[in-house]
Ligand binder design. Structure first.
Ligand code: C2O
Ligand code: CU
Ligand code: CU
Length: 482
């Protein structure tokens, strides 16, 4: 596997006309996983029980380790799991109540895909002290344990935990290191949205498998995409549903693939939230695009469909014959009473205004040419360099301009932000709430975001969430200063 350090060495030796893109072409080509679409039931990741609790905190134990998973029936796929599960077990957290997650790193020194076994676990979407954030070089070495403590002093939101090791987040996540962390609070519970078995997480990921059922990772620096679509680790699953409303917590957990979600019967659905929690009001749409790391809180009402109806969840960014088109199927197979409601007012989103910002920072995104690296303001990540120093409690506007020919989903740690503009225009209503990832459109596209740096000082990364772009240096860091 080529790393960005090898890349830099290579660039030094060969100049910028190097052939660093070539190694991936020499790896065995992936084969299409032979599973009949909609023949496997959707896996629901298990909710992890705390190992103990006290007045303030729920304590969880997680073991990171290689194991086998039966993803393709009859074959054993080597994966990197949390507690043996891929995706990892789901953490259910409550706003205002702490969670302490203790990870034991049971990986060997070199793990799947030739990646090092050292890890750093990041809780994506968390507002927490820098020490708990899973900094890319704050490793848990193989054989070691560490505890991350999350205050959960933030609006309830769909978070997720995943590896963030420097240069190797792409392979670590591809081989399985991701799990969900769903936070709620009394206010949200009182809304009477669909809950219990009617609130279902859907983590969408694409992978490639070889003929033996093993995952194939090529570190394609343009972004690793797969030809086999998984939801919650199941290849193109089905889910039996009743004639009623469901709440789906949808995560794009893919390394690089974007999805435009739509239902095969053309039915509309409601978006009630995105990464940072509930929108001020539900938004009815017939499709929704999710970039890597974006999340959507969706309500789909199967109430008007006849028993026996099958509805596919599709990715209409690709054509109907593309392997990435069919994601999963809902099979309407029963009746159910539905006392849930989707209120017309969900939760107040206090809006920042431009005039509150004390400064604007400009960032250019570039790279991807001639197999070179990806950059922010012309530079790759350097843990010893800080590119912005917002003061604690300052409100800032950041404007990203994308000089490359690929869209980049930019993610900030520490803060949830609001989008002011995309290509100069106000965002769609679905994107007008709290976000932690924003698509900066290709070919000189722009995105302006606004946020407040509260509570915690210290260094936090921000980066493209196409994991191969991140690993190939499209990452920077800011330091919140007192
Ligand atoms: Cu989901 Cu810095 O990452
Ligand atoms: Cu993050
Ligand atoms: Cu990118």
């Amino acid at each position: 596997m080529i790393t960005r350090r090898d890349l830099l060495k290579g660039l030094g030796a060969m100049g910028t006309m190097g052939t660093v893109g070539l190694p991936s072409l020499l790896l065995p080509r992936e084969v299409f996983a032979a599973v009949t679409p909609f023949s496997l039931p959707l896996n629901i990741p298990p909710v992890l029980t705390p190992s103990s609790t006290d007045a303030t905190t729920d304590y969880y134990n997680l073991n990171v380790g290689e194991t086998y998973a039966e993803i393709i029936p009859g074959l054993q796929t080597r994966v990197i799991s949390f507690n043996g599960a891929v995706p990892g077990p789901t953490i259910r957290a409550r706003a205002g109540r702490k969670v302490a997650m203790t990870h034991y790193n049971g990986l060997p020194a070199t793990t799947l895909g030739g990646a090092p076994g050292k890890v750093s676990i990041h809780l994506h979407g968390a507002h927490c002290p820098a020490s708990e954030d899973g900094y890319p070089t704050s490793y848990i070495q193989p054989g070691n344990t560490r505890t991350y403590t999350y205050p959960n002093n933030q609006l309830p939101a769909p978070l997720w935990y995943h590896d963030h090791a420097m240069d190797y987040t792409g392979p670590h996540v591809w081989y399985g290191m991701a799990g969900l962390y769903l936070m709620t609070d009394d206010y949200e519970d009182a809304l009477n949205l669909p809950k219990g078995s009617y609130e279902i997480p859907l983590v969408i990921q694409d992978r490639n498998f070889d003929a033996n059922g093993q995952l194939v990772y090529t570190k394609n620096m343009m972004g690793e995409t797969g030809n086999t679509m998984l939801v919650n680790g199941t290849i193109q699953p089905y889910l039996n549903v009743a004639k009623r409303k469901y709440r789906f917590r949808v995560y794009n957990g893919s390394n690089a693939r974007f999805y435009k979600l739509a239902l095969s019967n053309g039915q509309s659905f409601q978006v009630i939230g995105m990464e940072g929690g509930l929108l001020s009001a539900p938004v009815t749409v017939t499709s929704l695009t999710l970039a890597p790391a974006e999340r959507a809180d969706l309500i789909i009402n199967f109430g008007s469909l006849a028993i026996g109806t099958n509805v596919e969840l599709r990715n209409t960014l690709v054509g109907s014959t593309d392997a990435a088109y069919k994601l999963m199927q809902f099979k309407v197979n029963s009746s159910a009473t539905d006392t849930s409601v989707v209120p017309s007012t969900l939760r107040t989103v206090s809006k920042f205004t431009r005039s509150q910002a004390v400064r604007t920072r400009n960032w250019t995104l570039a790279g991807g040419m001639m197999g070179g690296m990806w950059t922010i303001n012309g530079l790759g990540f350097d843990e010893n360099r800080v590119d912005a120093k917002p003061r604690l409690n300052d409100i800032e506007i950041w404007k990203f301009t994308n000089q490359s020919n690929m869209d980049h989903p930019i993610h900030l740690h520490d803060v949830m932000f609001q989008i002011l503009t995309i290509n100069g225009r106000a965002p769609a209503a679905t994107h007008a709430g709290w976000k932690d990832t924003v698509i900066v459109p290709r070919m000189m596209g722009t995105a302006e975001i606004i946020m407040k740096f509260t509570d915690y000082t210290g260094k936090f990364p921000f980066h493209c969430h196409v994991l191969e772009h991140e690993d190939m240096m499209m990452m920077s860091q800011f330091e919140v200063t007192p």
